[in-house]
Design a protein around this ligand. Structure first.
Ligand SMILES: *Cc1c(COP(=O)(O)O)cnc(C)c1O
Length: 352
């Protein structure tokens, strides 16, 4: 990928602002491994409290938050229940199998959200032949569902089923704060249903690095062991944690603007008659479109847009994804939306 002027590939593409960098420069620091980094300690306490958990740990990435949580919860031969399009299943290099020795049972459901009935049907009755059912994972928001929001009722329903069967529960909250801002439901309300949950700092919050994983004290003690083993235990991480604290204070309200921008971008992209929005409404900052009816390859459209300095992702031959974030303003959205439609028109004419 060549990075363009208008980068809608992902909200991971946002850069730390000058003010965020200043907060990083000013951070009080110490040795994180010895719990002597005051800023990292403060961030962990903040996120634990935000999610209504006893404790939290700072990790270098969201992927590590998922993988460490899975290693703490699962043993070899265990089975995890997650959506077929979930990040843990598709985008973590087979981590659950590689690290924890666990299977993922892929659950179906519209908008990246599966129902309690679907989960109930999938859970295996305990027997010698079957994998051991262990963990239920909910992705909030559902990335490849189109940034969709699980309602508290939907979460309650699936986690009730999990608990009924004695399973543990984990929330991949990479974009939890987008759900919080869009729905007005607090992180604590979403978090209460889960044994473990985490928030990504380097998505919409705009930090350069990091995620924070929260759970019970016993869970975090075990998570720390994996962090240490894997070389994820840090030293003066306060400079990174300071970015996180800054983001929670200053960037949450910006998420609302990202959502408005995504709404507008979807309107513009959807103006092409052969472009189909993959969700009825754009709930947060992700626009997912199906362009099969154009007869064009999504990869070719992506490349043509890239030549114009616009990055929009292609995730299959017919599916494209655009994500708004704090480095994308409304002018850029207008340009990207009209270039997308014009490019498709030009390419369709070129084909005939
Ligand atoms: C981005 C993402 C992750 C991984 O986070 P990184 O910080 O990029 O490692 C996990 N889950 C979901 C749903 C994501 O969107």
């Amino acid at each position: 990928m060549i990075e363009g002027r208008i980068n809608l590939y992902s909200d991971t593409q946002s850069r730390p602002t000058l003010a965020m960098k200043q907060a990083m420069l000013d951070a009080a620091v110490g040795d994180e491994q010895k719990a002597l980094d005051p800023t990292t300690n403060q961030l962990c306490e903040y996120v634990a409290d935000l999610l209504g958990k006893e404790a939290a740990v700072f990790l270098p990435s969201g992927t590590m938050c998922n993988e460490i949580a899975i290693m703490v919860h699962c043993r070899p031969g265990d089975e995890i229940y997650g959506h077929v399009d979930s990040h843990i299943l598709k985008f973590e290099g087979g981590g659950p199998a590689a690290f924890a020795g666990a299977n993922i049972f892929p659950l179906q459901g519209e908008r990246g959200i599966y129902s309690a009935e679907t989960l109930e049907e999938a859970i295996r009755s305990p027997n010698r032949y079957a994998p051991t059912s262990r963990l239920v994972v909910v992705e909030q928001t559902a990335n490849f569902g189109g940034g969709t929001i699980w309602s508290p009722d939907e979460i309650k329903a699936v986690t009730d089923v999990a608990r009924k069967h004695g399973l543990t529960t984990h929330m991949d909250g990479a974009r939890l704060m987008n759900a919080v801002v869009a729905s007005g439901v607090s992180a604590k309300v979403y978090g209460q249903y889960f044994d473990s949950a985490w928030i990504d700092l380097s998505k919409g919050l705009g930090c350069p690095i990091g995620g924070v994983l929260a759970g019970s004290q016993a869970f975090i003690d075990e998570a720390w062991k994996w962090k240490q083993r894997m070389g994820g235990a840090l030293r003066q991480s306060g400079m990174l944690a300071a970015a996180g604290l800054y983001a929670f204070e200053h960037h949450l309200e910006k998420l609302a603007q990202d959502h408005a921008n995504a709404q507008r971008l979807g309107e513009l992209m959807g103006q092409h008659p052969n472009v189909k929005m993959m969700t009825d409404t754009i709930e947060t900052n992700i626009v997912l479109v199906e362009i099969g009816a154009t007869g064009l390859s999504a990869f070719a459209v992506r490349d043509r847009l890239e030549e114009q300095g616009i990055n929009i992702g292609a995730f299959s031959p017919t599916v494209m994804r655009a994500i708004t974030h704090l480095d994308v303003d409304s002018e850029m959205v207008e340009e990207a939306g009209s270039s997308f439609v014009n490019t498709i028109n030009e390419m369709m004419e070129g084909k005939n």
